[in-house]
Structure formats: structure tokens, C-alpha cells
Design a protein around this ligand. Sequence first.
Ligand SMILES: Cc1cc2nc3c(=O)[nH]c(=O)nc-3n(C[C@H](O)[C@H](O)[C@H](O)COP(=O)(O)OP(=O)(O)OC[C@H]3O[C@@H](n4cnc5c(N)ncnc54)[C@H](O)[C@@H]3O)c2cc1C
Length: 480
Amino acid sequence: MHKRTAIVWFRLDLRLHDNEALSEALNSAEEVIPVYVFDERKFKGTTRFGFPKIGSHRAQFIIESVKDLRANLRKLGSDLYVRVGQPEEELFNIARRVKSSWIFCNRERMDEELKVQDSLEQKLWSIGQELRYSRGKLLYYTADLPFPITHTPDSFTLFKKEVERYVPVRQPLPIPERIPPTAVALSSGDIPSLEDFGMLSSPVDKRDFNIFEGGETKGLQRLNDYLWESQSVLNHKDSRNEMLGADYSSKLSPWLALGCLSPKMIYHELKRFDEQYGTRKNKSITCFFLELMQRDFYRLMGKKHGSKIFYESGIRDTENKEWEENQELFMQWVNGETGVPFIDAHMRELKHTGYMSNRGRQNVSSFLINDLGLNWVMGADYFESQLIDYDVCSNYCNWGYAAGVGSDPKEYQNLNIISQAKRFDPNGEYVKYWLPELSMLPAQYIHQPDQLSYKEQEDLHFMIGDDYPKALVSTDRWAS
Ligand SMILES: Cc1cc2nc3c(=O)[nH]c(=O)nc-3n(C[C@H](O)[C@H](O)[C@H](O)COP(=O)(O)OP(=O)(O)OC[C@H]3O[C@@H](n4cnc5c(N)ncnc54)[C@H](O)[C@@H]3O)c2cc1C
């Protein structure tokens, strides 16, 4: 009898644990062929404002993740078949060649991914094959939610209230024990390098805490370190507002964004930790869990409101605001040359490492929107390119929130950058770390070098305009 063959299309689910598409394929077919396609349109394309669609930090992380996935599949007896091109073409060609019955994948929901998904589906129908969708991104299954997607509350507080206590997080699926190799002669394909996409690997910056290495193996290791080894998770509620070091927050976001880790698995690990150490009252565990929930919430906002999350007018159709697009100001923000140290330090960290703390992201977005008066979409666009943990819904919805056009509109943020700097970096350690040119400034000026008199600058051999950029906006504006 003819063996049924299934292809598993790995996308933003670069893992073997809790991988529904993989598991359903193994349950449906005698032969399973795992495939990953590097989509050239993304790896070589540009964003709306001209940045590489995938910057080199994230590209490197993806390449590492694909290598790890291949190694782990090989350990189970299988392989990962890698192609470079357009996923709908490459997968169609493989499907035709191996005469599969189905392609299984975890469903994506936003524009670009949908187009690829739909186009592949149409092609498969032409050869009597099917695309089968599974789910793999969220803590919660939409079928378990107490409301239909279209009625998801647009406020995280309300969402949390309706979901937190009443909706269970399902158990993650185990790693398959074995995946038999395919009998079809198929080239496994080379995993490309950054250079193949015309990118240079970023020079190693010694200041980078450098914990981000792609792949399920490293992701699981990081989770183990944060929970069981260092138990840093017990301080999460207080430390997550810090900015310097490897362990002030979980730093799991890149592995979550690329699907190297499943949120359900993290949740159940947290629960196990909680039960073992009797930390039920520990606010940090709750806080960590709520952050994972916020990730779900933004994804549901994306599902509910679709492309609106990308529009200037946001999910609330806010049309009454003119958004400026001054390229020069924007590039000074991008390059960390605004003359406001707390902003510049964060933007330089992002440029050099692909990562920035949540506190930093809140401040630089508020500054771009409220102090430079620029279009929030420009900021989101640069983050899309640069972030190692870029996640379409988390990014655009957090920016929409910052701009007051997203969820929870009454609470949108116009932050006092100097109060924030003094509160979260009281001694200027973070600023000096990323802006060593300011290290000789007296403490009272570290966040406000523009307030130095000419004489003081001369005495310090430090001239604004030469040694550090002139402030784009005077830090006086935040005088309280
Ligand atoms: C303007 C702006 C843009 C952002 N863009 C992204 C993005 O593209 N990708 C991304 O993963 N996060 C984004 N965030 C959310 C947040 O800053 C990061 O998730 C967090 O800093 C990642 O570090 P961590 O893993 O150590 O977080 P932890 O504090 O350890 O949190 C654990 C996990 O919870 C989730 N999480 C935490 N806070 C948020 C949040 N506000 N929104 C959604 N999920 C959250 C993340 O998956 C994170 O890994 C953005 C925030 C802002 C203000």
C-alpha cells in the first residue's frame, strides 16, 4: 500500500517540544519530511522606511536556530531539509516531488505570513494536496477563551480579569521519541550564512552580555538557568525594570519570538518551580506569568484587528493626529545621537546587540513620539529590523499603545525622560556603560550634559557638539 507522506513546514516554531504541527503530522502519516525555507524576500528585503527587513542580529539568531533544529532532528533519525527562496514555491516543489498528502504548519495570522500561507494552499490544491494548520504560539487556545476573538476586550486589564483564573493552560506536547528518515532521495540543502544574504556579522561588542544564541537547546538552557539554577526569577518583579546585566529579566523573548520555546512549556515549568519551592505568594512568579499573558493579549489584538495594528491610526482609527516624518531627526534617534544620554545609551545598545530592556523600549518610544513628535510607525519599523526578539504583534501593539492609538488608550505614556533616568539609573551606570565618552561627567550632569555651562565644559575638556551631540530637545523640558 502507498505510504502516506506529510511535510512539516517549520516557520516561527523552531522546536521539537510542544510542536503541534509536527505532532499532528506524525499522527497522520507514515513518513514525515521536516522543511525550513529561508524566505529571500525577508532576508534580502527592506522595511517601509528602508531598513533591512531582518537585521543581522536576528538573522544570525535564526540561522543558529535552524542549525540546532537540524541537529536535534538528526538525533531522532530524521533531518531538516533546508531551502532558500520563496516558501510557497520551494514547498510546492518538494510536495510535488515526494508526492506527499499534506503539509502541516503552525498557522500564522498577520498579512505577510498569510499571503505566503494562502498562496501555498492554492498551489497544493492544484495537485490534490492540502495545507493543514495547527496552533503553537499562545498560552491559551482560542477555543478555551470565554469570548469569541472578535469580542476580545481591547484592554489588557479586562482581558486578564476574564482569563487569568478561569482558563487553563493546556499541557505542552512532548518531544517525539523518533522520526523515521524519509526513503525519498532529497538533498538536505545547506544552511546559508549571513554573507549569503549580503549581511556582515556584527563585530563582537565586548559590552554585550551575549547570552543570545539561537535554538531550542540554548533556549531550554536559558530557562533552566533563570528558574532553577540562579533562581533569578524570584526577583523578577523588581529587577525587570533594570537595564544592565544578563539576569534582570528572563531574556527569553528571542527564543519565544522564533518559537524555539513554547509559552505553554514555560508556564508549566514556572508552575512546577512554584510548587516545588512553595513560592505561590511570590509576586515575581505572578508578574512573569502576566507578561506571558500580555504576549497572548497582543497576538489576539492582531487577530481581532488585523492590519490596523500597522496603521498610524491604530486599532482605534484615531484620525485626528498629524504624524511628522522628519528623516534627519529620526536618524539621530536611530543612531543614538539625540544628545539625551538615557535615550542614546538605549539606542546604541539596540544597535550593537539587537536587544533593549522593556524599560528602555518604553522610554525611547515615548521620546520619539512625544518629544521628537515623529510618526510612531517609523520607530516600530526600525525595531522590526533591529530587534533580535521581533514579534510582529508584540512590537506593533506596544508601539500603538505608546502612541495612544492602541489598547488601553487612556493609559498611554508620555514619560518624563529625566525622572525615568534618575529613578532607574540613579548613578548613571547604564548610561556610562554605553556612552563611555560621558564617564568623566559629575553625577549631577550625567543625564543632562546639555545643562553644563561653557566654563564647566572647558574645565572638563568636554565640549558639547564635539565630544557628544547637542541635545535635540533641551532636558529642561522635563524639569519637575
Ligand atoms: C515599544 C516596544 C516594542 C516591543 N517590541 C517587542 C517585540 O518585538 N518582541 C517582544 O517579544 N517584545 C516586545 N516588547 C515587549 C518587551 O519589551 C519584551 O518582551 C521584553 O523586554 C523582553 O525581555 P525579556 O524576555 O527579558 O522579558 P521578561 O520581562 O522576562 O518577560 C517574559 C516574557 O513575557 C513577554 N513580555 C513581557 N513584556 C511584554 C510586553 N510588554 N508585550 C508583549 N510581551 C511581553 C515576552 O515574551 C518576554 O520574553 C516591546 C515593548 C515595547 C515598549
